[in-house]
Ligand binder design. Structure first.
Ligand code: FE2
Length: 385
């Protein structure tokens, strides 16, 4: 608890420096849930339980009176993921999304105190409505929801749940399962990254700034994020209290095809590229995930020849980090450890990042080159470089 508070206070301090005139007209309490549209929600939920350490939380479908879709909700500490599949009554919204994008993130839901105000503040500032504020009730109380559209077919849903005591949301019932694999130690969502089209990064920076009051925390240009072959640019947007961070990537010109362009081809447009989740013990989290079948990007052993000089003293054994391919980076405030999975979907689109912050509030700039060379090796194997 104490560590959490320190983390939030540190973030606040640096945010006040970069963003002195923050008008927090959209107070966000955190990420409420992430919803994927998938071809088979039951099997996706099983994979996230088995391989990624999530637990069963809630279910909506025929048995709960929902006929146009089936949803399974899984949870691990503060992270909630909803998997939704269309049923024959679907008006094709879910089906068309899957046909176009494959399995992917549809909703980044944000926890707010007032969903009606969140919708009004954002739509009057130029955000396009996804749906107007509405109240859903059951025996456990009520949830107010509203939604706005963001990049591609992705949306934000604002969730107000202060008058709700149920498992997840009206329409869902508790998902009781006899199969309950242990957690792998994932704690909360650290950041979620968007890939947008050519020259669109600034458009979405402006969107988050104008309609949601976010500030630009850091910018990485193509000189920061390039290898011999490929490049991308990125701007990290954050809300006023620092709890929500959305890096936004766009492709940049290089000798070969940017990984962002590959994503845009396979996702057929902009969307969520990765979900970064925090752990307090990356070595044990990653060892456990590997045991359960999760594949991680391979980092050339040569990375570890120079990493010691770059990051200095760290508490972890570098040999162990090398064995797992865990990357390390340092900034003014401390250091961080991170590793990236291979795509979790059939298309080379969505992946997870596992991150452990030891003071550092940055994003691993020192690892970009090694990481992108590793992604290029995968692109080469797919014939998409
Ligand atoms: Fe990341």
């Amino acid at each position: 608890m104490r560590e959490d508070l320190t983390k939030i206070n540190n973030t606040r301090y640096s945010l006040e420096k970069i963003f002195p005139d923050a008008q927090d007209f959209l107070p966000l309490l955190g990420t409420d849930y992430v919803e994927y549209y998938v071809g088979n929600a039951k099997q996706a939920a099983h994979f996230y339980k088995t391989a990624l350490g999530f637990q069963s939380l809630a279910y909506a479908g025929l048995e709960t009176g929902i006929t146009d879709r089936t949803s399974y909700v899984v949870v691990q500490d503060k992270i909630r993921i909803v998997f939704t599949t269309p049923m024959p009554g679907d008006d094709n919204a879910i089906f068309d999304h899957i046909k176009k994008h494959g399995d992917g993130v549809k909703v980044i839901a944000l926890w707010v105190d007032d969903a009606k105000k969140a919708w009004e503040e954002t739509t009057t500032r130029g955000a396009e409505s996804y749906f107007e504020p509405r109240t859903e009730k059951d025996a456990d109380g009520e949830v107010v929801k509203s939604g706005i559209k963001i990049y591609g077919d992705t949306v934000h849903i604002f969730v107000e749940r202060k008058n709700y005591n149920g498992t997840f949301m009206p329409g869902f019932e508790k998902w009781e399962s006899h199969y309950n694999p242990a957690s792998v130690g994932l704690k909360y969502i650290d950041h979620m990254v968007a890939n947008v089209g050519w020259n669109e990064m600034n458009v979405w920076e402006k969107f988050y700034n104008d309609t949601m009051g976010f500030a630009n925390l850091i910018t990485f240009d193509d000189k920061d994020i390039s290898t011999q072959f490929t490049a991308l640019m990125s701007k990290v947007m954050t809300n006023g209290n620092g709890r929500i961070k959305f890096p936004i990537n766009e492709p940049a010109e290089g000798k070969k095809k940017s990984q962002i362009e590959e994503y845009l081809d396979f996702y057929d447009g902009p969307g969520v590229q990765h979900v970064a989740v925090a752990t307090d013990d990356i070595v044990s989290t990653v060892s456990e995930m590997k045991k359960r079948g999760v594949e991680f990007l391979y980092v050339p052993g040569a990375y570890y020849d120079t990493v010691g000089e770059r990051v200095g003293e760290i508490a972890e054994d570098m040999k162990v980090l090398k064995e797992h391919g865990i990357l390390v980076d340092r900034d003014d405030e401390g250091y961080l450890l991170q590793i990236f999975t291979k795509p979790l979907t059939d298309r080379p689109t969505l992946f997870f990042e596992i991150i452990q912050r030891k003071g550092a509030q940055s994003f691993g700039k020192g690892n970009f080159k090694a990481l992108f060379e590793s992604i290029e090796a995968e692109q080469e194997r797919r014939g998409t470089l």
